[in-house]
Design a protein. Sequence first.
Length: 344
Amino acid sequence: MKNYKLAVVGATGVVGRTAIKVLEEKRLPIKSYTFLASSKSAGEKITFFGKEYIVKELTEHSFDEGFDFAIFSAGGDTSKKYAPIAASKGCIVVDNSSAFRMDENVPLVVPEVNPEELKNNKGIIANPNCSTIQAVVALKPLDDKYKIKRIVYSTYQAVSGAGRNGIYDLENGIKHFKEGKEINTFESENYTLQKFPYPIFNNCLPHIDVFLENGYTREEMKMINETRKILNRSNLPITATTVRVPVLNSHSESINVEFEEDFDIKDLKNTLSSFPGIILVDDPKQNKYPIALYATGHDEVFVGRIRRDYSVRSGVNLWVVADNIRKGAASNAIQIVEKLIECT
Ligand code: A2P
């Protein structure tokens, strides 16, 4: 076994902590682990495989000792500054931020969908946006078989996707509600919002990431552009509405897809269920369909509510749910590392 060394950057955050959990579960052939975060958390302890590790501060010299892999989940600015430094020292970076996703020299990879792109890496591999990952796992086998003509995304995204501050806003809203306080008076001194512009408890916000000149949010444009890059369909017509909902974890998505080719609904369901990483949950008569509560803690993408869209010649509606912190971030990154190890 090669003496692989791996660093987790942003080890104290929501994705970093889940990455540590997934690494424990997966038992990859890695001999040495290092956990990095900002100066604020340097010195904190993390228990990993029953052993205590001290979190170190990320600096320009963190990669001098030589790492094979680093999983970055510490935000775009940190990735922009430190991922190239790590890569220049021979480390392969799997980056969870959006910093490099649309860079044509950086592969954007979901292992079930486009693993062949991994070999094109020049030291940095981008992990797609969480809502894109689960969508493309469901769409890839359908695009291969029936050729997608157009996609309409509508998402229902959990607060964990917004990091610790997003979770705080929901939990704080629940606390205020339980205390009988008026949650609409969020501007009062007692009710501080750390992430969202409005309370997320008892609310839905059609606003994820910032608004752009074209009226879309950056999250919506990420879904559109990243889907095109991963499916290698640069001109595919796609539209998206991304919404934050008061759910702690796991994103749900309604995906409307139109195809060039005709399809048989049974054949389409079989195509989905035989694709790696997909679990079909589609028995509406028994109230069986994918739900966020059941997807949480899993790495698979759950697909159901599969029904023909009768408003077009060849179209289908899907309900797609996955754990946004596992498959949408930490697990996808670790699956990439796993594939890279398999190929060496
Ligand atoms: P820290 O805990 O020291 O702030 P989340 O998105 O869940 O809030 O997590 C963000 C993660 O990114 C945390 O581990 C955080 O570390 C880390 N992080 C944020 N900014 C930096 C930075 N400038 N350098 C290193 N790590 C950072």
